[in-house]
Design a protein around this ligand. Sequence first.
Ligand SMILES: Nc1ncnc2c1ncn2[C@@H]1O[C@H](COP(=O)(O)OP(=O)(O)O)[C@@H](O)[C@H]1O
Ligand SMILES: [Mg+2]
Length: 270
Amino acid sequence: MGVVIAVISGKGGVGKTTASANIGLGIAQNDKKCVVVDFDIGQRNLDMILGLENRVVYDLVQVMDKEASLRQALIRSKANPNMFFLAASQTKDKSVLESSKVQKLINNLKKEFDFVILDSPAGIESGYEHTIEFADVAVVVVNPEVSSIRDADRAIGILDSKSQKVKEGHDVGKYLIINRIIPKMVQSGEMLRSEDILDILSIPLIGKVPEDKGVIDASNQGKPIILNKNSGAGQAYQRIANRLCGQDIPIYDIEADEKGLFSKLAGMFH
Ligand SMILES: Nc1ncnc2c1ncn2[C@@H]1O[C@H](COP(=O)(O)OP(=O)(O)O)[C@@H](O)[C@H]1O
Ligand SMILES: [Mg+2]
């Protein structure tokens, strides 16, 4: 049976959808079969980031309602044959999801895929609760800013009280991604340090992703940044995916990268 990973944040616009697309491809590049599911009902954009918007015919709500089979609705990635995508419904609102139907869909996906990645909607409403309900693991995405950390803390609270695994007496695995780090701003004290964020949230770090202008271009072109081997964010997502696949890779300290160190040294002589 595959592992179900919910990508969550509490706050919107922090990088969940970007992370879902890139982690999915990164896992596929580890030769694992992976499906990325858009749970952001009514606001889908994962299809665009993956460059698959023209291929969407059926969505997950139609599969749940037996208007289409899973096979009909799954769309294979153009970038990697190990990766598939299941679209959110654009027309129906979030309240269309029902626990029993969500559970059935996820169980069917777990039988076919090594990893099932669920991209959650913003907020901590019912759409969010359905995304975390049957997850084995949550990847929590935050930006280094107070409002994002506070909302993530709330989302973790709900995860720890409402997910099926917790109801059955187990723990849900939790991993933190700190996204959009600008090393210079951390060094100058204008941006929260990773240590401080980890102190507040108290969950293990699985990766730090730098602010990278290439991310938006890549998303607009439907070619996730991980496909660009020279990009800092792309490399960071690949390391995160490799860690999720069980590889033991130390966390790369992007705040203290060469450039940062150089400017620090240069500053000492001014
Ligand atoms: N590391 C990054 N560097 C620069 N821009 C980013 C980065 N991660 C995400 N973004 C941008 O931030 C915006 C929100 O990202 P998105 O993944 O849609 O967030 P969410 O799904 O949490 O609402 C998008 O425009 C995306 O391109
Ligand atoms: Mg999103």
